[in-house]
Design a protein around this ligand. Structure first.
Ligand code: AMP
Ligand code: ZN
Length: 303
């Protein structure tokens, strides 16, 4: 498996589609790569059409306090990244430079800032919506896109430390959240099908339910809270999750204090497309030259 990962990564580097930055999971992207990312984003927008989502764009960081409140530290501590900075005096600075010159750990004197790296693009949305007060009758629908950080260094080019998600986030009643998710499970299959990619949709587990996440992961599978759309990239036996469809019940509503128009705790759901993973799937299945891809695929991507 890891041989297949390394081979595909090396091919992408050789063709200049990814640019080495000396760290596994951290790469630059070529113009061709970015064109494909743009095409996927465009197809997502086209499918979402007249839904009337409110667009919000956030930087790739969230407040440390928001991260703490989200429960992510309980469910996935190993993936979290926080931003640290030097906040010392002149003598601390001198000591740091000395340590650096000796090859020691110069970061030891750094302190955490108020900023954490965004682990999932939708995390910025819930506190913003909660702060507005109760939702309208029609609920809320928010469109986000941005970089996420997850500390999972790997030679698998589809397992990045910094990657982009395009998401729609639904907030409202249970029925509104579930209808939204059902709609996107259908839509995503149409979109990925139009890209000429093989895929399957399966239930997954994702311990977004906190400390007891491991236990709940089992019940989550039973309750089918998370579905994924999987596409084979480096392996047919172990296809890669390229999009996810999540129903959080009223967990985020309770966590953030999001209320429906009727004053009840809101239910939430989100759909997230992994822009790099879908790009890597397209390059794998159709080749490294998009100009040579089937016309129907190019059309679907607006290329
Ligand atoms: P998740 O929030 O884990 O359901 O992730 C949503 C989507 O983001 C996944 O379906 C992937 O397409 C993408 N994704 C998650 N983790 C990574 C990663 N380490 N590298 C690249 N894409 C990722
Ligand atoms: Zn999400």
């Amino acid at each position: 498996m890891s041989d297949a990962h390394r081979a595909y990564r090396d091919e992408l580097l050789q063709h200049g589609l990814l640019i080495s930055m000396g760290v596994d999971g951290l790469y630059g992207r070529s113009p061709v790569f970015e064109q494909i990312v743009g095409g996927i984003d465009h197809a997502f927008s086209r499918a979402a059409g007249a839904d009337g989502a409110e667009t919000m764009r956030f930087p790739p960081g969230i407040g440390k306090a928001q991260l703490e409140q989200s429960g992510y530290l309980k469910s996935s501590p190993q993936l979290v990244g926080t931003v640290h900075s030097f906040m010392g005096l002149d003598r601390d600075h001198r000591a740091m430079i000395e340590t650096l010159e000796k090859g020691g750990d110069w970061t030891a004197g750094q302190k955490t800032t108020q900023v954490a790296l965004t682990p999932a693009t939708c995390y910025a949305v819930y506190p913003v919506m909660a702060a507005r007060g109760p939702l309208a009758e029609a609920g809320g629908l928010v469109d986000v896109r941005g970089y996420c950080f997850r500390h999972e260094p790997s030679i698998d080019p589809a397992r990045l430390q910094m990657f982009r998600q395009r998401e729609h986030v639904r907030l409202g009643t249970e029925a509104q959240a579930l209808d939204f998710r059902a709609l996107w499970i259908e839509r995503a299959q149409t979109i990925i099908g139009s890209f000429g990619l093989p895929f399957e949709v399966d239930v997954a587990n994702d311990p977004f339910f906190g400390r007891t996440g491991k236990l709940l992961a089992t019940s989550q599978r039973e309750d089918a809270l998370k579905f994924e759309l999987l596409v084979p990239i480096t392996s047919n036996e172990a296809p890669t999750a390229c999009a996810s469809f999540n129903y959080h019940r009223d967990l985020f509503g309770r966590t953030w204090g999001v209320r429906t128009a009727a004053g009840e705790v809101a239910h939430t759901a989100c759909v997230g497309f992994g822009l790099e993973r879908i790009t890597l799937a397209l390059l794998k299945h159709h080749g490294f030259v998009p100009a040579k891809w089937p016309a129907k695929v190019r059309d679907a991507l607006g290329l």
